[in-house]
Design a protein around this ligand. Structure first.
Ligand SMILES: Cc1cc2nc3c(=O)[nH]c(=O)nc-3n(C[C@H](O)[C@H](O)[C@H](O)COP(=O)(O)OP(=O)(O)OC[C@H]3O[C@@H](n4cnc5c(N)ncnc54)[C@H](O)[C@@H]3O)c2cc1C
Length: 314
């Protein structure tokens, strides 16, 4: 796959004699490119990485950013062929989803479907087939877009991200990993090795909903994931997360607090959802939607997801 700006390319040429001249010139900003074949090699190379160095996985975000100039790396480390970063398997500490697992891998995995059907639902919402075949779970976290579809699900499931460097491994909650608009807590010498879903909790109920401009292949105006348990008719351990309603994906902590231990009634669910959209989110007006629309849609989506999940207790 040719990388824009990595090698001298025709897009830097204007035409005729100028084109020939330009072709002779080295592209000063061309980054260093490498494609290591093992995790150990990647970690060695990351020791010399700077804040401008990037890891290239599926490239669905980065190739666009190289083209627009949003990202101008000094170095591109292409990890796409590193086998240790692939694979989905049940381990003692939870369901291990290798960093390079694509949306298509999530859709094809019986393990993921059984353990976290909402992650499959979210993966199914990401772009068209071509994008699903390349877009990775780590790339979704790496870009840290507030509109990312997989991220609210990972928040709601209390997933952890496992970071690897030559210095060792560390893990943190995905909800702590994302720390601002397109920002995360990865150090320059680290990469995401895997995402880990915690061991299954009996009786957990999940829901996912994305609202976009159209039914398929759209960027989210609002995206929500929810997880809760119903014990003897009362709501427990609710975790809800929303995207496209703040600079980063947010946990709806007010919703969780208001509904903990509560016997669900339509009026209680509505009041909690209303309060959450007033306090937990900070939507903006942009090309896709207005802040007021996002708040109202988030309220309605939360309310209907809650009713769906606890319908046998309402
Ligand atoms: C046409 C189109 C439609 C799209 N539709 C959607 C959509 O509906 N929903 C949605 O959520 N997204 C969508 N996207 C965005 C994109 O596909 C996702 O964010 C995808 O998950 C990115 O994964 P990637 O492997 O392609 O990442 P890349 O582009 O390779 O990388 C993205 C970022 O993650 C970092 N990164 C990658 N792997 C690692 C790692 N292992 N460790 C640390 N950092 C890493 C990179 O350095 C980079 O900063 C769309 C993109 C396009 C072009």
């Amino acid at each position: 796959m040719p990388l824009h700006g990595v090698r001298q390319g025709s897009r830097f040429c204007i035409g005729g004699a100028r084109e020939l001249q330009e072709r002779e010139k080295p592209v000063k900003s061309a980054p260093e490119y490498s494609a290591p074949r093992t995790l150990e090699e990647v970690l060695c190379q990351l020791e010399g990485a700077t804040a401008r160095s990037v890891l290239l996985a599926g490239g669905t975000d980065l190739m666009v950013e190289f083209e627009t100039g949003r990202t101008r790396p000094d170095r591109v480390i292409d990890i796409h062929r590193v086998p240790e970063l692939r694979g989905i398997e049940e381990r003692s500490d939870g369901l291990w989803i290798g960093a390079l697992s694509t949306c298509s891998d999530l859709l094809a995995s019986d393990l993921v479907r059984r353990r976290a059907a909402i992650l499959v639902a979210a993966a199914d919402e990401v772009g068209a087939e071509q994008i699903k075949n390349r877009a990775t779970i780590a790339g979704n976290l790496g870009t840290a877009s507030p509109a990312a579809d997989l991220v609210p699900v990972l928040f709601a499931l209390d997933a952890r991200v496992r970071l690897a460097s030559r210095g060792g491994r560390r893990e943190m909650a995905v909800s702590d990993f994302l720390c601002g608009y397109r920002e995360n807590r990865r150090r320059t010498d680290e990469l995401i090795e895997a995402v880990i879903l915690p061991p299954e909790v009996v009786g957990e109920r999940h829901a996912f909903r994305k609202v976009g401009t159209r039914r398929a292949q759209s960027i989210a105006k609002v995206v929500v994931a929810l997880s809760l348990r119903l014990v003897e008719g009362r709501i427990h351990d609710l975790r809800a997360a929303a995207g496209s309603v703040a600079p980063t994906t947010v946990l709806l902590s007010t919703l969780a607090r208001e509904l903990e231990g509560v016997r669900p009634k339509p009026a209680t669910l509505e009041a909690a959802a209303r309060l959450a959209v007033r306090t937990d989110v900070a939507p903006i007006d942009d090309v896709r939607s207005s802040a007021a629309y996002r708040r109202e849609v988030l309220y309605r989506v939360c309310r209907s997801m809650l009713v769906e999940l606890v319908t046998d207790a309402v």
